[in-house]
Design a binder for this molecule. Structure first.
Ligand code: ZN
Length: 232
């Protein structure tokens, strides 16, 4: 699976792919898992983590947001490694309740899907998790890794900035199409576009999303300029 090394020596390993991506970031002795994916990727995730950590503890478990497809393995990882879970304050309660409302669609197809889901009042559910660290805006996890609040996809979405070079962005953007970073679901599109501006301001060159493959700075700049004119 893919691996990136920043100029300051931080290592970023992709640990699951397919429907949802998870990444392990290593900054010296500090290890940070970003998102835990779906239950059906559990075996692969646990094995990869075991190999990469080589018997060491996992320092932090960062959840970019509380949608089920990013957190279904959180409870089991917390239990095994005793890591501190980190979530943004707007979503800490969802984690404690073990559910999350379906987000808004951003295109005709996802709007229809969401409309049907909301009419039958469906919530997505998962095992309840009691978080250890609740973040508001910015939070430093290690000398070269910090979290920033990047709302829009959900109000409590967060991104991890590694060495001011690589940003792990959850669903703040999508990596499935080569021509677009626009995710199919977002609760607040103008807020999400402003978050893209915030991410560009970190100086990051590469943006690793929760779904699909990495986005370049060039693509994000193009998309930001296009949608900024329309939404902000
Ligand atoms: Zn999501």
């Amino acid at each position: 699976m893919k691996k990136w090394i920043t100029s300051g020596g931080c290592k970023i390993h992709q640990v699951t792919k397919g429907r949802s991506n998870s990444y392990l970031v290593l900054d010296g002795d500090i290890s940070i898992l970003v998102d835990t994916g779906l239950e059906n990727s559990r075996k692969e995730l646990m094995k990869k983590l075991n190999d990469l950590l080589g018997g060491n503890d996992l320092s932090y478990l960062v959840l970019t947001h509380a949608h089920y497809d990013h957190i279904e393995n959180t409870a089991i990882i917390k239990e095994k490694y005793g890591s501190k879970t980190v979530i943004q304050s707007n979503e800490a309660e969802n984690l404690r309740q073990g559910n999350f409302l379906i987000p808004n669609g951003t295109n005709i197809l996802t709007r229809i899907v969401v409309g049907v889901g909301k009419r039958i009042g469906r919530l997505t559910t998962y095992k309840k998790i009691f978080s250890h660290i609740v973040v508001d805006y910015n939070y430093s996890l290690s000398p070269k890794c910090h979290l920033v609040h990047t709302p829009g996809h959900t109000s409590g979405s967060m991104s991890l900035i590694v060495d001011d070079e690589v940003a792990l962005v959850g669903d703040a953007m999508f990596g499935v199409f080569w021509w677009s970073v626009f995710p199919p679901f977002a609760d607040d599109v103008p807020a999400m576009i402003r978050s893209w501006g915030k991410l560009l301001n970190t100086g990051s060159k590469l943006f690793l999303p929760g779904h699909g493959t990495e986005n370049s700075r060039e693509l994000l700049e193009k998309q930001y300029n296009k949608y900024r004119a329309k939404y902000i």
